[in-house]
Write a protein that binds this ligand. Structure first.
Ligand SMILES: [Zn+2]
Length: 118
């Protein structure tokens, strides 16, 4: 729980302090919107507004996640690895088939315990 609060706060601070610099960077590099002359009159005032501002949000969320956790794609991947050792803790991966279509769910019983067992 503490990691979530720290990560969220870090993401907020990264956005608050780096967004103005990032937007300036985008303006200098001319990553702004180009409005065509035949476009609606109201759109011309948006000319030069930087696009791709979502990149800073993505980076602000990703950086704390990668720093504060030991998760990465390889360590959390369990799908299709029934009875093989968990890459994180070595416990055999379990699988259960659920529902009428027998959909499979894979999990590590040590890293991903049932909510009632936490
Ligand atoms: Zn595990």
């Amino acid at each position: 729980m503490g990691e979530i609060v720290i990560g969220g706060t870090a993401a907020l601070l990264i956005c608050a302090f780096l967004s103005p610099k990032f937007i300036s960077f985008l303006r200098v590099r001319e990553f702004g919107q180009h409005i065509r002359e035949e476009g609606p009159e109201g759109h011309h005032e948006k000319a030069g507004t930087p696009t791709m501002g979502g990149i800073i949000i993505f980076m602000a969320i990703s950086a704390p996640f990668l720093v504060l956790t030991d998760y990465n794609w390889r360590s959390v991947a369990v799908y299709g690895r029934a009875r093989q050792p968990c890459r994180r803790c070595g416990t055999p991966i379990r699988v259960v088939r659920q529902g009428e279509q027998a959909r499979s769910t894979y999990w590590c019983p040590r890293c991903q315990p049932a909510r009632s067992a936490r």
